[in-house]
Design a protein around this ligand. Structure first.
Ligand code: 1QQ
Length: 392
């Protein structure tokens, strides 16, 4: 009798398929960016870019006829929010990949969770050193500041060839800012300039009197800022209000038009190196097309964070299509774990023609991109809106 029961149980078990998850249709892709907090100054642009990509790619047939569905999880501005969003996307929403988080500071906390779950992460805006090194499943399409940032210093030297004395300011509680400032400080040395003061602040600071006083006292003719949007915007404003008249180079934290209302008319002339320029449409029909669609959808031109989020969705969709082509198997017929592993490999093969030009992802997960830009902020008379005007 006992034997019969065991045999029956075995037959029943064999008849049940293993409890492995299948890939859902439409294909769920996680978007974990900051929709709230000060970091939403970047995140809102990312949401706009990602949504436009979803709409346009689905209209063009999605992944060989199967639609994608972006699953948005707000990370807010800190590590805990990013960790929580990642966990929901991985375990509850069973996404095939995660695009996010917004900040490098959040990526160092949340990406290891996706890496352990063997799920690809595509960083849309993480530019600190060491992001791809987090793990095998971690990649990015946002060029590291080591490649982008020094271009703005070179531009400052073109504008003012007798430039010599540089004041460096950075947010010490943010991984991106601490990383970017080392890139700036190395480049300052290499370019033969002199760092006359290094000032630290917090991304939560609103009063920069101490730092500005030090800059004025050091008689700097260039100020280089590595911070996030609200803090950097306030710092620019207070530098000008307290009488600083020299050039200002802003890092990637000043790369968002959502920061314009913070410094208003005093944002004028800040130089920012960029991985994307809406102005660079002539060379790149994909960018021309994207910029026109963005303008039509949002009544304003796209900025870098929107273009990068758009590109991240595009890259995931194209990498999924490649899997179908190579295996002859539809995405919906894969088990989730197998698909996540296949997608991680697929992301790292071939090239993608995006609004940022042709890019690819190295086996390490690092992005490879050819063209970078430097723009200057030009504010409109309303003191709230403005544009990044391409200077090189
Ligand atoms: C990073 C960044 C931010 C300034 C952009 C969102 O580049 O955290 O890596």
């Amino acid at each position: 009798m006992k034997r019969i029961v065991i045999a029956l149980a075995l037959v029943l078990c064999a008849a049940q398929p293993a409890l492995a998850d299948k890939v859902a249709a439409p294909i769920p892709i996680g978007i974990a960016v900051a929709q709230t907090s000060n970091v939403a100054l970047f995140g809102q642009e990312q949401v706009n870019g990602a949504k436009l990509a979803e709409e346009r790619l689905n209209a063009a047939g999605g992944v060989n006829g199967t639609k994608i569905a972006l699953v948005f999880q707000d990370t807010a501005g800190d590590e805990a929010g990013a960790v929580n969003a990642f966990q929901n996307l991985l375990n509850r929403d069973k996404v095939v990949a995660i695009i996010g988080p917004t900040l490098s500071q959040q990526a160092f906390a949340a990406n290891p969770i996706a890496d352990r779950a063997k799920t690809p992460v595509v960083g849309p805006s993480n530019t600190a050193k060491g992001i791809p090194e987090i793990g095998e499943f971690v990649g990015r399409i946002s060029a590291p500041m080591t490649q982008v940032a020094p271009n703005s210093l070179k531009q400052a030297m073109k504008i003012k060839p007798d430039l010599k004395r540089v004041a460096v300011l950075y947010a010490q509680n943010d991984a991106f800012s601490s990383s970017e400032t080392t890139t700036f400080q190395d480049a300052i040395k290499e370019l033969g300039l002199e760092t006359v003061t290094v000032q630290k602040f917090q991304t939560t600071d609103t009063d920069f009197t101490t730092q500005v006083t030090a800059v004025l006292g050091a008689n700097a003719d260039l100020v280089v800022i590595s911070g996030l949007a609200a803090d950097s915007g306030n710092l620019v404003k207070q530098l000008r209000q307290l009488g600083y008249k020299g050039l200002i180079v802003g890092g990637n934290g000043l790369n968002s038009p959502n920061m314009f209302p913070v410094c208003g008319a005093l944002c004028n002339d800040v130089l920012v190196a960029q991985a994307y320029s809406p102005g660079a449409v002539d060379k790149n029909p994909v960018n021309k097309d994207f910029a026109a669609a963005f303008e039509a959808a949002y009544k304003k031109g796209p900025a870098q964070f929107s273009a990068q989020a758009y590109a991240a969705v595009q890259v995931v969709v194209e990498a999924l299509a490649k899997i179908e082509k190579e295996t002859g198997k539809k995405i919906a017929d894969f088990e989730l774990a197998d698909l996540r592993a296949a997608l991680n490999k697929s992301l790292r093969t071939g090239t993608y023609l995006t609004p940022m030009g042709e890019i690819s992802m190295a086996p390490s997960g690092e992005v490879q991109q050819k063209d970078f830009y430097v723009s200057k902020i030009v504010m409109n008379p309303d003191g709230k809106t403005g544009a990044f005007v391409l200077v090189s």
